[in-house]
Design a binder for this molecule. Structure first.
Ligand code: ATP
Ligand code: MN
Ligand code: MN
Length: 376
């Protein structure tokens, strides 16, 4: 029963929710180039070309073998001419001249720097670039620029935030989040979502989904949690977005829609116990008070009502490409609308309830895909 089936390219689905994509990518050479191309199109707000390269990257991440000749991609979905040109060149030359051009492009380099700051997106980058600003030094030097509270925090903690969050750091923060939430709601369910739930060893942030299985709703939970962290000196930044969800609201048809949950984009101060180097330090006369013993960590906290928990978990586990394809598949193949809150059947004109991710896949007639197989 567990015997491997022969690989048939023409049977590969165009939707990543019908594929199992683990973190073992044997085509990194290609997918790295595709992701650079996609990012450059994102910076140019060319969504069509951007998605074309992201979809192609996702297909090659799923392939169980490395591509070595053009014949290897025959019959695969999402392999348009632009994509094939890049693959062909990498096969022949070992690298893509187009991706290399992008990496050397002044506009791309500036946008890459600007968007690496927490709170800075493509729109702000565009504005700064048009003003003739090119580097982060230019931004810091321009005292007339009006930075948002978020961007100020982004610059203040820049070095910590660009260095990746490790699994160990995620576990340490997870303990803090669980402890604090349970102080106020002992029965609350706190789940790590995002990349760490998909088995990634590092991330740019840590995503937590919080729900209360009991009958009791507590709209103040998030405020209580951040207030306590403030008192404890653990909160470096926080932006609470209140829920805008309306009862029975239609799921959003937008493939990249933001959801309406109450949430908080925060920066936590994670204190890292210093390794005891006292014998060295005294001999070298280093003042321990000057050694920074904490790290700023980006944390997303999302509060979901219990009946929407499975949809929120599916949406916030990602990957982003996996989520896009789930929604696209639901609309085009099932005439259903899926978002982070609900699933609506347009033919039957009913909401389909689900208590687990498995039930959502079943409603969509999809084989279940485990979180670590959603690295599309
Ligand atoms: P990383 O390791 O870089 O953090 P990630 O997969 O965890 O990778 P995130 O940006 O943290 O990426 O997002 C996690 C998931 O939540 C993704 O599937 C993304 O689509 C979704 N998501 C992120 N921000 C929002 C938002 N504001 N509203 C709805 N969904 C979001
Ligand atoms: Mn994340
Ligand atoms: Mn996140």
């Amino acid at each position: 029963e567990s015997e491997a089936l022969p690989f048939v390219a023409s049977k590969v689905s165009q939707y990543s929710c019908q594929r199992k994509t683990t973190l073992n990518n044997c085509n990194k050479k290609f997918t790295d180039a595709f992701e650079i191309m996609a990012e450059n199109y994102e910076f140019k707000e060319n969504e069509i070309f951007c998605l074309e390269f992201l979809r192609a990257a996702s297909v090659l991440k799923f392939l169980p073998f490395p591509v070595i000749r053009m014949k290897d991609i025959q019959g695969l979905p999402c392999m348009g001419d632009r994509v094939r040109d890049v693959i062909e060149e990498i096969i022949e030359e070992g690298e893509s001249s187009r991706a290399k051009e992008v990496l050397n492009d002044e506009r791309y380099k500036s946008f890459k720097q600007f968007t690496s700051v927490f709170g800075v997106g493509v729109k702000t980058s565009e504005k700064w670039y048009r003003m003739g600003l090119r580097t982060l030094e230019d931004i810091k030097a321009d005292k007339s620029l009006k930075l948002s509270k978020m961007q100020k925090a982004g610059f203040l903690y820049y070095e910590d935030l660009v260095s990746c969050v490790s699994k160990a750091e995620a576990d340490a923060v997870s303990l803090i989040v669980r402890n604090t939430v349970c102080t106020f709601l002992p029965d609350a369910l706190v789940t790590i979502t995002g990349g760490f739930r998909r088995g990634k060893k590092t991330g740019h942030d840590i995503d937590f989904l919080i729900t209360n299985p009991g009958p009791r709703e507590d709209d103040d939970l998030l405020h209580k949690v951040v207030d306590l962290w403030k008192k404890q000196g653990l909160l470096l930044y926080c932006d609470i977005i209140e829920s805008t969800f309306l009862k029975e609201q239609m799921p959003s048809r937008k493939v990249d829609a933001m959801d309406s949950f109450q949430k908080c984009f925060a920066i936590l101060k994670l204190c890292q116990p210093r390794v005891d180097n006292s014998c060295y330090n005294t001999s070298k006369n280093i003042d321990m008070a000057e050694v920074k013993d904490w790290k700023a960590i980006r944390v997303d906290l999302i509060i979901a009502p219990f009946e929407q928990y499975a949809f929120a978990l599916l949406g916030w586990t990602g990957s982003r490409q996996f989520g896009r394809d789930l929604r696209r598949y639901a609309i085009h193949e099932k005439k259903m609308i899926l978002d982070n809150h609900a699933l609506y059947d347009r033919k039957k004109r009913i909401f389909l309830k689900a208590r687990s991710e498995e039930e959502i896949f079943a409603h969509l007639d999809l084989d279940y895909v485990e979180p670590w197989e959603r690295n599309a």
